[in-house]
Ligand binder design. Structure first.
Ligand SMILES: Cc1ncc(COP(=O)(O)O)c(C=O)c1O
Length: 422
């Protein structure tokens, strides 16, 4: 595809100093380090069959317990998933071999899209390279092409939604987080003849709070707006078949688009949207981020489908997941640690300072063989830096005991703030 050229201005003066591009990169990184916001990756080797334990490479190799994975149910190592991946790999080979339109559609994609449509009780579903790309491509396409569209975006929406909306160049109105009354007010201010799209999430991944989906749908319906729900941190985890919070609340049919990931509770990789046949076909037909990229590897699609189908009928993982999260929250609170209250499976523990958050994480890793990544700005606002703990059904009582003792020791050693009565 040809891309349009931007006019380049001539140099204003011959004496102007040329940009030192590499100095620019180094300065930007130095300023991240100075703020404590420079990201350091933990070099891990997940071992199928041993999750949540993993090998940590840091010169030497040592075993750690992972407490911050989004493989929320451990489906990344489930025997049914591994068997499906291995079978598809043996049958179809490593890659898809093309874009969906040009030789890349594998039968595993077709089956997976049908499985996803069924999961959300929608007529159609469409796969993307990731949940990020699904949001980016679907929102950009819908908002750019709907006539004179205004997007109403929850103030706490994920970067992928924000980027999609930005990319569309449609007008954007940000409504107060999880606030139907504010959404109502803001929708009232926009002319009835403009297309309207309300975009929000169900479970917000850093605070763990949950949207009032029914109330937001009430408002959107009153104003004739389309609704777009990101269920990335809920699919597989909530609802009788793992269809997400919208399924749990019995409101999935009121959402025009349900978006999700295959990379978290389903233990695989990829993203999707589900909706009406025409809406999904529209995105399939116009979304650059869907059209011009290689399709998911067939074995990845096969593994994701095995996880989805398993979780449609098995509730054991979901029930134990909720029980483990509730137990961890309770144990940490009893130890006087500052757990941020919420109704979901996410367990944020407030530190409130970027440098201390990193120090706490480092000490957990080096002294206690516990891996919890620090969550700093810009992922969360400054002053709310935290450890985000994600219990899974595979964290046993012994692992929880060790986590609580380790956090207690780290909080004492670094003199971190506790709950008022801690
Ligand atoms: C709310 C939300 N939406 C979308 C995504 C992107 O999903 P994926 O990791 O599949 O790209 C994330 C990522 O972590 C997320 O937290």
């Amino acid at each position: 595809m040809a891309h349009s050229a931007r006019p380049v201005m001539a140099a204003s003066t011959a004496a102007a100093t040329p940009v030192d591009h590499y100095r620019f990169f180094a300065d930007a990184l130095d300023s991240l380090r100075a703020d404590g916001n420079y990201r350091v990756f933990a070099d891990l080797e997940r071992r199928a069959g041993s999750f949540p334990r993993a090998d940590h490479h840091d010169g030497a190799v040592s075993e750690v317990t992972v407490w911050c994975s989004n493989d929320y149910l451990g489906m990344g190592q489930h025997p049914k998933v591994l068997r499906s991946v291995q079978d598809a790999l043996a049958k179809s080979g490593a890659g898809a071999g093309g874009t969906r339109n040009i030789a890349g559609t594998n039968h595993n994609h077709v089956l997976l899209e049908a499985s996803l449509a069924d999961l959300h009780r929608k007529p159609a579903a469409l796969l993307f390279s990731s949940g990020y790309v699904a949001n980016m491509a679907a929102l950009a396409t819908l908002a750019a092409r709907l006539p004179n569209c205004v997007v109403f975006s929850d103030a706490a929406n994920h970067a992928s939604m924000i980027e999609g909306i930005r990319h569309s160049r449609a007008d954007k109105v940000i409504f107060r987080h999880n606030d139907p009354a504010d959404l109502d007010r803001r929708l009232s201010e926009v002319a009835p003849d403009r297309a309207k799209l309300v975009a929000f999430e169900s479970v917000y991944s850093m605070d763990g709070d949950i949207a009032p989906i029914a109330e937001l749908c009430d408002v959107a319906e009153r104003h004739g707006a389309l609704t777009y729900l990101d269920e990335v941190h809920a699919v597989g985890l909530y609802g009788p078949r793992g269809g997400g919070v919208a399924e749990r609340d019995g409101v999935a049919d009121r959402l025009d688009v349900i978006q999700g990931t295959l990379g978290k509770a389903f233990g695989s990789f990829g993203g999707y949207i589900a909706g009406s046949r025409d809406l999904v076909d529209f995105v399939r037909s116009f979304a650059s981020g869907f059209i011009f990229t290689t399709a998911l590897p067939p074995h990845v699609a096969a593994g994701a489908r095995a996880a989805i189908e398993h979780l449609k009928s098995s509730r054991i993982e979901r029930e134990r997941h909720q029980e483990r999260a509730a137990t961890v929250k309770c144990r940490l609170a009893e130890a006087g640690l500052p757990v941020m209250d919420n109704p979901s499976h996410i367990v944020p523990v407030l530190v409130g300072d970027a440098g201390l958050c990193r120090l706490a994480s480092d000490r957990l890793l080096t002294e206690h063989a516990i891996y919890v990544q620090p969550i700093n700005y810009p992922t969360v606002p400054r002053g709310t830096e935290r450890l985000r703990i994600t219990p899974t059904p595979l964290h046993d009582d012994d692992a929880i005991d060790r986590l609580v003792m380790a956090l207690d020791e780290v909080w004492r050693r670094l003199d971190l703030p506790r709950r008022p009565n801690g």
